[in-house]
Design a protein around this ligand. Structure first.
Ligand code: VG1
Ligand code: CO
Length: 543
């Protein structure tokens, strides 16, 4: 087989963001764009000859084409085997599971996660290492550096591989193994949770609704909920992965998972609702007429972990991203275990899990997971909740209210302003930085600013430092507002405002979060001059 060395010139915009490189499909379709980035990955990771790579994606537009390109490049770069999910499908947590189970060198995941898909939508690519987790900032920095000076990439002349035919195929001396993307993952779930108890719960008339949002989790949810747990086929909606996600926005939140939300808040609603995102690593948990905030979900999972077989022996620790509420910290304190605060993005949890410092991790952005893999895991979180409900025989709402009664409630909300002009967004962040000196001591109604900073993190395992991870304004009563610019968008800028206030008073626990946080919301608008600077009257998404 002839190896081709193709001359190329660098693109200047291949810096991986919060989770890999995300761009418009049309950008990835530019000649050499994908190839350059893949070669930059291969050059940076320098896998020894004979290594195995895992490859798959969330099924979005351009998934199959990209896989064929990457397979040929892997052959030319000396890989002995690539394991590809059937039809090119592999959820992000399943990819992590397979990398770990088969001890491969690493994997390439094709996904832009919750971003819309289709020819006019987004595409994405990221590299995960042999621990199954997203490459650390050191590795993504190296990839970016190579991408800026790349002069050639390697490929081979070979026919496309039939991704719909399970089994071994060959490209020259490299084997391509097309495998069932669901089985290993479903087996792992069955090893962690009490499937017997959940089956009994569902058999006793407990009704669930899982929304796969026409994204990758459809086949996984069918196998797990319907085939293995006996739920009715109607329990899984939008279960067929589509390249454009049915024109939807595969982001499981109250805005974009509207169909499910309407079902769960409607008449005769099911007992339990959940949804996942494009690549299957996020989760939204709903009870009948009830929404569980993701920060609370992490805390409730931690507080109830002793009820779940895979976690009965106890938790080493918990980690949460900085903007995630401190609800989990309260649980960690009561369990006598450490709680770590990391920057946004799952890549920061890997070292803590590998070092055995934490068992559970979570982000406010509908991401929860544990050391069973090295990614956040949507269906895992759904199964965790079902296991808790089966063990406690209480509704989602009762479990949450009882949790708040015991620990107090960290009232929480995130306001996203999507697609604002980059200049305006940078101006807002600059204004906040400029206010660091004058804000402390300032009073806004019943709130007084204690201090503000731009969060930086020193990894306790490898000592690496990540700066500029989000502006925090902390108030004297422990409330806070956090401001960050998104690192996953592809158009303009997205400003995220995270609001949190602690409410110990049980009589106020049922208050709507927006009402309870109204004062903080208005402070956030005031200190950012947001309306004047962006012309926006309201957030795009509130969660
Ligand atoms: C967002 C979330 C972050 C999450 C990241 C990847 O990043 O806020 O918590 O880890 O998406 O999730 P950002 O930079 O846009 O705020 V996924 O499911 O898109 O891989
Ligand atoms: Co995702």
């Amino acid at each position: 087989m002839q190896t081709l060395t193709v001359a190329t010139t660098p693109f200047n915009d291949q810096k991986p963001g919060t989770s890999g490189l995300r761009k418009r499909v049309s950008t990835f379709q530019k000649p050499h764009y994908l190839e350059n980035f893949v070669q930059a990955i291969f050059d940076s990771i320098a896998a020894p000859g004979g290594s195995t790579l895992v490859l798959g994606g969330d099924g979005r537009h351009y998934n199959r084409e990209a896989i064929q390109v990457i397979l040929k490049m892997a052959a030319a770069n000396g890989f002995a085997r690539v394991m590809v999910g059937l039809d090119g499908i592999l959820s992000t947590p399943a990819a992590s599971c397979v990398i770990r189970k088969y001890k491969t060198y690493g994997g390439i995941i094709l996904s832009a996660s919750h971003n819309p898909g289709g020819p006019d939508g987004d595409f994405g690519i990221k590299y995960n290492g042999s621990n199954g987790g997203p490459a650390t900032e050191t590795v993504t920095g190296a990839i970016y550096a190579v991408s800026k000076s790349i002069a050639q990439y390697r490929s081979v002349n070979a026919p496309d591989v039939a991704l719909d035919k399970p089994g071994d195929h060959r490209i020259g001396s490299m084997t391509v193994t097309v495998f069932d993307p669901v089985a290993d993952y479903a087996d792992l779930m069955e090893s962690l949770f009490d499937f017997g108890a959940i089956r009994e719960l569902l058999g006793a008339g407990f009704r669930i609704k899982f929304d796969a949002m026409h994204a990758v989790t459809g086949p996984y949810a069918r196998e797990i909920f319907v085939n293995r747990l006996g739920a009715s086929a109607a329990s899984v909606m939008n279960a067929v992965p589509l390249p454009d996600f049915g024109n939807g926005h595969p982001d499981p939140n109250l805005t974009y998972a509207r169909e499910l939300v309407e079902t769960m808040y409607g008449d005769n609603a099911p007992d339990f609702g959940a949804a996942s995102d494009g690549d299957g690593d996020r989760n939204m948990i709903l009870g009948r007429h009830f929404f569980v905030n993701p920060s609370d979900s992490l805390a409730i999972i931690a507080a109830n972990a002793h009820l779940v077989p895979g976690y009965r022996s106890g938790l080493a620790g918990i980690a949460r991203s900085m903007p995630t509420s401190a609800a989990a910290d309260r649980v960690a304190e009561s369990l006598g275990i450490p709680c770590y605060e990391t920057p946004t993005g799952w890549k920061f949890f890997g070292n803590l899990m590998d070092a055995g410092k934490v068992t559970l991790c979570g982000e406010e952005s509908f991401g929860t997971g544990s050391d069973h893999v090295r990614e956040k895991d949507g269906l895992w979180a759904v199964l965790f909740w079902l296991n808790i409900v089966a063990a406690r025989k209480q509704s989602v709402e009762t479990i949450t209210l009882e949790h708040w009664t015991q620990f107090g409630r960290n009232v929480y909300s995130r306001h996203d302003y999507e697609g604002i002009p980059t200049d305006a967004a940078n101006g807002v962040m600059q204004l906040l930085h400029d206010s660091f000196k004058t804000l402390p001591g300032k009073e806004f109604g019943r709130y007084a600013v204690a201090f503000c900073d731009d969060f930086s993190y020193t990894d306790p395992v490898d000592g690496s430092v990540s700066t500029g991870q989000g502006v925090r304004i902390l108030f004297t009563d422990g409330s806070r507002i956090v401001f960050r610019l998104s690192g996953t968008g592809t158009e303009g800028a997205t400003l995220r405002i995270y609001l949190e206030a602690f409410e110990p008073d049980v009589s106020k626990h049922k208050l709507d979060a927006q009402t309870a946080l109204a004062e903080l919301i208005s402070i956030a608008l005031q200190v950012t001059e947001l309306r004047a600077r962006t012309g926006r009257e309201a957030p795009t998404v509130i969660t």
